[in-house]
Ligand binder design. Sequence first.
Ligand SMILES: CC(C)(COP(=O)(O)OP(=O)(O)OC[C@H]1O[C@@H](n2cnc3c(N)ncnc32)[C@H](O)[C@@H]1OP(=O)(O)O)[C@@H](O)C(=O)NCCC(=O)NCCS
Length: 214
Amino acid sequence: MHDEALNRWQRGWSASRGWNDWQCVDDVTVVRVGEPQRRVEYVATQQHAAAAAHLALTDCNPAGTSWLLIATDDPARTSAELRPLEYVRTEWLMSISLPHHALRPVPAPYTAEITGSPSLIDVRMYGYGELAAEGRMAVLHTGAVADMVQTQPAHRRRGLASAVMTTLATTAVSHNVSTAHLSASPEGRPLYKSLGWRTVTPLLVARTSLPSSR
Ligand SMILES: CC(C)(COP(=O)(O)OP(=O)(O)OC[C@H]1O[C@@H](n2cnc3c(N)ncnc32)[C@H](O)[C@@H]1OP(=O)(O)O)[C@@H](O)C(=O)NCCC(=O)NCCS
């Protein structure tokens, strides 16, 4: 279940982050992230969670640096089944038909800047002399993926993230992309819902145990 949505999201997410070294092993997508605290990310559906856990528990990475992202209807149960892997958080895979995205204006006195390329769109909102909000969208033939949406704390609840999402969506539509996915934090999820995004599945984020928590 959710294989196609998860695959589409992973491809765009990897492109957005520049994590282009990935491959499928035993129905698990292995993304070589290469960061000190996050060497690798194993992405799988619930059906293949055990295979992902096996890969994480038997690889050669330092403790705490192998991460898993599992699409599951029941993150608590899946997390319990994956012990000794450590629960980190729950996110939500969401999708939208971009022409149905809500259209929210850039609130005054902020201004929007669009940079990047047709395959990687960056939107930044500036105001009061500083960067106030930003977001990115990777555009692939499999669809678009929104990523790294954030508003600086001092500028929140003024409609900036809504305007970032609107700008990303309309720019992607101008490049003939019709669907998009994202992984929502608990904080972002209500916002995306209000813009027309729907939840596909919860995502369990877990990792190998840090030495201190053993
Ligand atoms: C989640 C996040 C991006 C939202 O940014 P934001 O700029 O505050 O978002 P918006 O202002 O567009 O919308 C947030 C809320 O403010 C409300 N709002 C918008 N304009 C408003 C205004 N002028 N006055 C009061 N409330 C307003 C919106 O209706 C929305 O309400 P909801 O959460 O009940 O749907 C921001 O909190 C953040 O950066 N969080 C940390 C990083 C993160 O979690 N990012 C999401 C990753 S998926």
